[in-house]
Design a protein around this ligand. Structure first.
Ligand code: FPP
Length: 263
């Protein structure tokens, strides 16, 4: 999309307008991956139950998805539920599933209006049939949309994904000599998608938490202290601007003085 598409949802005179105008639309990250963290702390700061943080985080999801699509990002991947998250209290897990269901119902029209294609990465078949049906509906309805690919990582683990890919590679009958990095990537959940250029983590933690382990090999990591429920359009624009100031070398040497825009 473009600056005009983005400005269309920013009220005139809003501080976000100034940020949007600073973005170099020729040098956008093709894929942004986000670790949405800090919902529990957001709720604790307000003396409210943890699930209130997740509920508030849904609005951040809504705004991030629409902003990324309007910016012209090709792929956005949000980490909504890891394999390890099953260890949380059953009531919290079930609230997360309810929130996901509500989000899909209320936001399907936004996804359609913005030409967004929705997909799930993770072991979806292990989720309840009710959730799977809801996810399937959104996947099917948005399947042919030509705009941004929106992946939601659900029941996801980076190591599990690599194990699943190895199983698929073996099942495909490919001989070990034929297997290389490119072919292996074609067995991952994200087959055919560009690797993340930018990995955003909220709430200040410096960890990758088993997220897209293969795909983030060369991603630029951006950690913000902002807790996920406070994450808004402005924060996404700030992350993209920070990314555009980085120098990416992919293991090579610096072609100094070069930022991303000069590659
Ligand atoms: C991490 O915060 C967040 C999660 C495990 C779940 C993210 C879920 C949502 C944003 C809401 C529903 C999702 C969608 C896609 C509608 P935490 O609970 O680990 O926070 P803490 O580290 O402060 O305890």
């Amino acid at each position: 999309m473009s600056l005009e598409q983005l400005l269309a949802v920013i009220p005139s005179g809003d501080a976000d307008e100034e940020l949007a105008r600073q973005i170099n639309f020729e040098q956008l990250p093709a894929h942004i991956a986000v670790i949405m963290d800090g919902n529990g702390r957001w709720a604790a700061l307000r003396h409210r139950p943890r699930v209130e943080g997740h509920r508030a985080g849904t609005e951040s999801v809504r705004e991030t998805v629409e902003t990324a699509a309007r910016l012209g990002i090709d792929v956005l991947t949000l980490y909504a539920f890891s394999i390890e998250n099953w260890k949380r209290p059953a009531a919290e897990v079930s609230t997360l599933m309810v929130l996901l269901k509500r989000y899909l119902r209320s936001e399907l029209s936004t996804l359609l209006r913005n030409d967004i294609r929705f997909r799930v990465i993770g072991r979806m078949e292990e989720l309840s049939t009710e959730i799977q049906d809801e996810l399937r509906l959104a996947i099917d309805r948005t399947e042919h949309n030509p705009g941004m690919q929106f992946n939601i990582a659900l029941n996801y683990g980076g190591r599990a994904e690599i194990v699943d890919a190895a199983r698929r590679a073996i099942q495909s009958g490919m001989s070990p000599e034929d297997l290389d990095e490119q072919r292996f990537a074609s067995f991952l959940y994200t087959a055919g998608q560009p690797d993340p250029d930018l990995l955003i983590r909220t709430s200040g933690e410096m960890r990758v938490s088993n997220y897209l382990l293969w795909q983030i090999a060369y991603a630029e990591i951006y950690v913000t202290e902002t807790l996920w429920p406070d994450f808004r359009r402005r924060h996404l624009l700030e992350a993209v601007l920070a990314y555009q100031k980085r120098e990416r070398r992919y293991g090579g040497i610096s072609a100094a003085p070069a930022a991303i825009g000069a590659e």
